[in-house]
Design a protein around this ligand. Structure first.
Ligand code: C5P
Length: 344
């Protein structure tokens, strides 16, 4: 047998295999295409469910899951309105690691109130966290936590409300600006775990209370440093207290990006910037599982009155979008995200 014939005999049985290879390849690419189309088809069919699940997972994983209360802020009883506004990834308290501001945040935030001194923001943040604790706060959400919070505004509707004992039952009692407890315990309670303030509204707080600075300008941060160290800053746009009594280890600072987020996401840019009370309320949605609101509400003539003094501000004529803040709060109430105790 010639060498060529011998080679043919060896090759002959292999021929069918060589024909089958392209056929198998073709079949598998058909299957892949069919599978891909199937996935696309199913995605289009259940698009909303997929997006909803993705949203749920991202909310749950950032906050560590739903909570142990009867109802939780992050309950998924509704999807669109709340989750289009609530961003669980936005930084709410400042620290060294999240202290650098995006250029749009820096521009917006430094445009809120005029500053006379030109100082470098990053230097101020550096000094801030050499004086105050540089910590990550409230990343402990999860299925075993039920943190109830009372947000206590300063409305005159608290007088004769007898809300004091109910307010004090909450894990966190967050008060705002100058709102006192002494002499008003029956109506406003006596417990204060957090007090949100800025230089122009500063008061002393006791040793167990977190002083939470709401900074509207760089000078507010410098004032906080000065108040605990040199005490040399006595003026912003008005005279301010050179110092406050507070536990330095419990000081916290609201993140400027959080203020912009409240303004854009929750107020859709109504007013010039949000009121302290409204920022506090959204802050509570981020750090609490259940939020009860007290002491919010103007007089029938539209004036924001206080339970402790006779000063008045007309909410829709001030720099805050008072009407829109009320509208948003009512929506939160309807969705069971907060409860509002309206007082008298
Ligand atoms: O007046 P002040 O800003 O100290 O009050 C704290 C917050 O309480 C306000 O920012 C506002 O949100 C709320 N408030 C209210 N109705 C009032 C007074 C204050 O809703 N009559």
């Amino acid at each position: 047998m010639s060498a060529a014939k011998q080679q043919m005999r060896i090759l002959t049985p292999r021929q069918p295999v060589e024909i089958m290879v392209p056929f198998t390849k073709q079949r598998s690419s058909y299957i892949t295409a069919l599978f891909t189309f199937g996935i696309i088809f199913l995605f289009m069919l259940f698009q909303n469910a997929v997006i909803y699940t993705f949203l749920k997972t991202s909310v749950d994983s950032t906050r560590g899951g739903l909570c142990a209360c009867d109802k939780c802020v992050t309950d998924l009883n509704d999807t669109d309105w709340f989750f289009m506004r609530f961003n669980p990834t936005v930084p709410f308290l400042l620290n060294r690691r999240n202290g650098v501001l995006r250029s749009d945040v820096y521009r917006w935030w430094t445009g809120l109130q005029t500053e006379t001194n030109k100082v470098t923001y990053t230097d101020v943040v550096d000094t801030l966290f050499s004086v105050f604790p540089d910590e990550e706060h409230y990343s402990d959400a999860g299925p075993d936590r039920c943190r109830t919070c009372a947000v206590v505004g300063n409305s005159g509707n608290l007088l004769r409300s007898h809300y004091g004992p109910i307010i004090d039952l909450h894990d966190f009692v967050i008060r705002i600006n100058k709102g006192p407890t002494e002499g008003y315990e029956k109506d406003v309670g006596s417990k204060t775990t957090h007090r949100i303030l800025y230089p122009e509204s500063a008061v002393d707080v006791d040793n167990s209370t977190h002083l939470v600075l709401l900074p509207f300008k760089i000078k507010d941060m410098r004032w906080l440093i000065s108040a605990f160290t040199t005490k040399h800053i006595t003026r912003t746009y008005i005279r301010v207290r050179p110092t406050v009594n507070a536990n330095r280890d419990k000081v916290m600072i609201i993140h400027p990006e959080f203020i912009k987020y409240v303004y854009e996401s929750w107020l859709q840019k109504h007013g010039r910037y949000p009121s302290t009370g409204f920022i506090t309320l959204i802050f509570a949605l981020h750090i609490c599982d259940q939020v009860d609101v007290f002491g919010f509400g103007a007089k029938s003539d539209g004036n924001w009155h206080h339970y402790f003094d006779t000063s008045l501000t007309h909410f829709s004529r001030s720099s805050h979008g008072g009407d829109f803040e009320n509208k948003t709060m009512n929506e939160l109430l309807l969705l069971n995200k907060i409860s509002i105790h309206k007082g008298w």
